[in-house]
Design a binder for this molecule. Structure first.
Ligand SMILES: [Cu+2]
Length: 541
């Protein structure tokens, strides 16, 4: 299924076959699950989605230096809270050497500037929308009051955007309008307040506009947010320049240097959705890390803390670190989406679905100076097999450590704590007469409450998938209880906010809905699925 035919008809044919694999193949897969789940899993496709091919020459791997996103300075720090300002605006960047690429950005950069904050110290971020379309900001993984959580219809309208265009057309096109009476619109700016009363973790902020999240993230609206606290600082983990945030995202480039995306409305103003071949998800053929293609980073022969985010719309990775002499280095996981594990878990291969984060220690000690360690994606093929490289530049002393106990505050919810169990299916289906992605057989409707729960309730959710669906809950972290009736996988450890459902798999999670009352979302974080209906509402009362 990885043909790279050069002629257009061959390409179209290959795309059509990929689409069958992504959607029709999933239904076939569901049909065979009666045989046995493990047989179905063994046949699972390596990805869900179709790959765009860039129309410009691509640079060789491991030539461009790894950029490190700048850390945003607050505009004020008075009264025990920090205030930040971010302008969302168009900018042009040289992502591929010699190629100018127009982007939609936070503060002119992709990734946007990193916000570094302390647990329990609230911040307010004033976002100013100078883009040509409405936007919404969501802090992924944030324990955030509902008015600042970036509900998809809580739009920040740009100057001059007519109110008449606020009504959402829905992926079925004009005439399938969804009206949300609870939407809170602002014009030009909006203050988002984040209490950050939560475990230290790598979060990320990104656009969450109704029907247009996927193309907005693709164009560059994503940035990192790191929460820290004294307990984590005192562990002795690699820090400073030996702590590297790595935002991995795939993209494709059109002949004019712009980011290619199969949007039905390239202006992203009115008509949502993507061309039919890409309904299962949009994949690019260029792997970016912190916005650079297949970068290389010079390191000491010492331990590094890699804070990895998969910010791709639809691409899954299975990461491995390989030295030039073919040795696989340990990836010692110390944290999950929602912060530190209780104890480290060692991997040789680390699967990472869209929106998941892994906090990993890698030790370059013992790797010869002058040689490389490449981070590879075992799910990729050709160029998408490569992610980035580390070049060991020098011997160095290393006083970092990996404590055997990393944290003692992970919530432990027992099955007997749960006051109810809910079932949700995540499947392809019909929506407004076209293709959609459905939760429990229904496409998203902002005006419908799908789940009502009480603040403080513990619930078990059973999630079942047709194809890959990375499922994300806003507001709360959760633990993975089981996968298809078996114990969780090693990388399911810790507190998660996104769980990767593999084709035909059922996963049980347990969580407590605490923090704030209000309307929140849960959804698939394959961004194209999300835009095509795969979201639902949780009302916490
Ligand atoms: Cu999905």
């Amino acid at each position: 299924m990885r043909e790279h035919d050069d002629d257009r008809s061959g390409r179209a044919h290959a795309m059509a076959r990929r689409r069958v694999l992504g959607i029709g193949g999933a239904l076939g897969l569901m049909a065979v699950t009666g045989l046995s789940t493990s047989a179905a899993l063994a046949r699972r496709p390596p990805f869900t989605g179709a790959e765009l091919r860039s129309a410009v020459p691509l640079p060789p791997a491991f030539q461009v230096s790894l950029p490190l996103p700048s850390v945003l300075a607050p505009v004020s720090t008075s009264g025990g809270a920090d205030r930040y300002e971010i302008t969302q605006r168009e900018a042009t960047a040289e992502i591929l050497p010699g190629v100018r690429t127009p982007l939609w950005t936070y503060e002119g950069a992709f990734p946007g500037p990193t916000i570094e904050s302390r647990r329990g110290r609230p911040i307010t971020v004033t976002h100013r929308n100078e883009l040509p379309v409405p936007t919404v900001v969501h802090l992924h993984g944030g324990r955030t009051p509902a008015p600042s959580d970036g509900y998809p219809t809580d739009l920040v309208l740009p100057e001059g955007w007519p109110d008449a265009h606020v009504t959402h057309t829905g992926p079925g096109g004009p005439g399938h309008g969804m009206h949300d009476p609870r939407a809170v619109l602002t014009r030009l700016t909006r203050d988002y307040t984040f209490p950050l009363d939560q475990r230290p973790a790598l979060l990320w902020y990104h656009d969450h506009r109704m029907d247009f999240t996927a193309p907005a993230i693709w164009r560059g609206l994503a940035g990192l947010h790191i929460v820290r606290d004294d307990a984590e600082d005192s562990l002795g983990l690699p820090a400073g320049r030996r702590e590297l945030p790595l935002m991995i995202a795939d993209r494709a480039f059109a002949a004019d240097g712009s980011l290619d995306y199969p949007a039905l409305d390239p202006a992203l103003r009115r008509r949502p959705g993507v061309r039919e071949a890409y309904l299962a998800g949009v994949l690019g053929d260029v792997i970016l890390v912190n916005g650079a293609p297949w970068p290389v980073h010079e390191v000491d022969a010492a331990r590094y803390r890699l804070r990895i985010l998969n910010a791709s719309n639809a691409r899954h990775y299975e990461l491995e670190a390989v030295s030039d002499d073919g040795r696989l280095l340990d990836l010692v996981q110390i944290g999950a989406d929602q912060g530190l594990l209780t104890a480290p878990v060692t991997h040789r291969l680390l699967p990472i679905a869209p929106a998941e984060r892994y906090d990993v220690i890698i030790d370059f000690k013992g790797v010869p100076v002058g040689s490389r360690v490449r981070l590879l994606n075992r799910l990729g093929s050709g160029r998408t097999r490569e992610v980035m490289a580390f070049r060991i530049a020098r011997r160095a002393s290393d006083d970092s450590r990996i404590p055997r106990t990393l944290s003692t505050d992970l919530p432990i919810w027992r099955r007997s704590d749960a006051v109810r169990v809910r079932d949700f299916s995540f499947r392809a289906g019909q929506m407004h007469g076209g293709h959609g992605w459905l939760i429990g057989g229904e496409p998203f409707d902002p005006a419908r409450t799908d789940v009502t729960t009480h603040l403080g309730d513990v619930e078990i959710w059973r999630l079942v998938a047709d194809v890959h669906h990375p499922i994300h809950l806003h507001l709360v972290g959760f633990r993975v209880l089981s996968r298809s009736g078996r114990p969780p996988l090693p990388h399911d450890a810790g507190l998660k906010d996104t769980v990767s459902l593999r084709p035909a798999e059922s996963v049980e999670i347990i969580t407590r809905f605490d923090g704030y009352r209000g309307r929140y979302l849960f959804h698939c974080h394959n961004a194209e699925h999300e835009d095509m209906g795969m979201m639902a509402n949780i009302e916490i009362i």
